[in-house]
Design a protein around this ligand. Structure first.
Ligand SMILES: NC(=O)c1ccc[n+]([C@@H]2O[C@H](COP(=O)([O-])OP(=O)(O)OC[C@H]3O[C@@H](n4cnc5c(N)ncnc54)[C@H](O)[C@@H]3O)[C@@H](O)[C@H]2O)c1
Length: 260
């Protein structure tokens, strides 16, 4: 539990379910945590709940100038960045086929999910490289591995994050900075609440997670645990990897009728 003692961690999307669970684990493991999200009130509430070892910055991660300025402020206050969890994301609302997709929606989603991750990696990664140590964990998705777990832009943004994880791990390895990703399957969070509500309304809650080998959806803390493992010294020789945390969802083609 003392693995993050005296370390400074940044968690984006920290007002959300997986981000707050990650921040909680980091605080419980000794880190000081800077919480980032665009929802200022919720961010302040979570910071207060997690206690004195947290700070928070309300910003839109797609605003490159704000990201740059925020990293400078964090370094001025704390003098270091040990861990960066790039977790902020949006699912968007466009589930139409590609020939009907709203292209402005694509650009907005890419600017948050992909460019937000790029910007934090760019500016916090530079601080880590100078210090010759650090760990970055990106929240991708099973949607970045296969089709069928989100809209087209969402899937493409998460596939891009998996590749960014590899390219930045290669760029930063020589500086002793590790970069990994988690690929969550279906997790019960604010983002997916609508899916759970719809299933409950149709009496089909038992179907949720039925395509996953563990036969259930996951919980935010199960993703937070994987993020904290990859960020910790326990994962000191792991970099450039995308770990599916999906109850076995991506382990199987799950072809109906092939098995009883
Ligand atoms: N819930 C799932 O099943 C699932 C599966 C795979 C991946 N993910 C990913 O996990 C991450 C966390 O999502 P969650 O499920 O906890 O949902 P969530 O909605 O609870 O959390 C997402 C957080 O990101 C913040 N955010 C969105 N756009 C932002 C922006 N422009 N600037 C700053 N903050 C912004 C939101 O305010 C929110 O607090 C996301 O990247 C999501 O894509 C979730």
């Amino acid at each position: 539990m003392a693995d993050f003692d005296n370390q400074l961690a940044i968690v984006t999307g920290a007002a959300g379910s997986i981000g707050a669970a990650t921040a909680r684990r980091l605080v419980d493991s000794g880190a000081k945590v800077v919480l980032v999200d665009c929802r200022a009130e919720e961010l302040a509430r979570i910071s207060q709940e997690l206690g004195a070892r947290t700070r928070y910055h309300a910003l839109d991660v797609s605003d490159m100038a704000s990201v740059d300025a925020t990293i400078s402020t964090i370094v001025a206050e704390h003098g270091r960045i040990d861990v960066l969890c790039n977790n902020a994301g949006t699912a968007g609302a466009d589930y139409s086929p590609i020939i009907e997709n709203d292209l402005q929606g694509w650009q907005r989603l890419m600017s948050v999910n992909l460019m937000g991750t790029v910007a934090f990696t760019r500016y916090a990664g530079a601080v880590m490289a100078r210090a010759k140590q650090g760990a970055i964990v990106n929240t991708a998705s099973v949607a970045g591995i296969r089709s069928g777990a989100g809209g087209n832009a969402y899937s493409a943004s998460k596939a891009a994050i998996i590749n960014l994880t590899q390219t930045s791990a290669c760029d930063l390895g020589a500086y002793n900075v590790r970069v990994n990703a988690v690929c969550p399957g279906l997790i019960r969070t604010n983002m997916t609440q609508r899916v759970f509500d719809d299933a409950a309304a149709r009496g089909k809650s038992h179907k949720l997670g039925s395509r996953c080998e563990l036969r259930r959806p996951g919980e935010p803390d199960e993703i937070a645990a994987a993020v904290c493992f990859l960020a910790s010294s326990q994962a000191s020789f792991i970099t450039g990897q995308a770990l599916a945390v999906d109850g076995g969802n991506t382990a199987s083609l799950n072809m109906p009728g092939m098995k009883v």
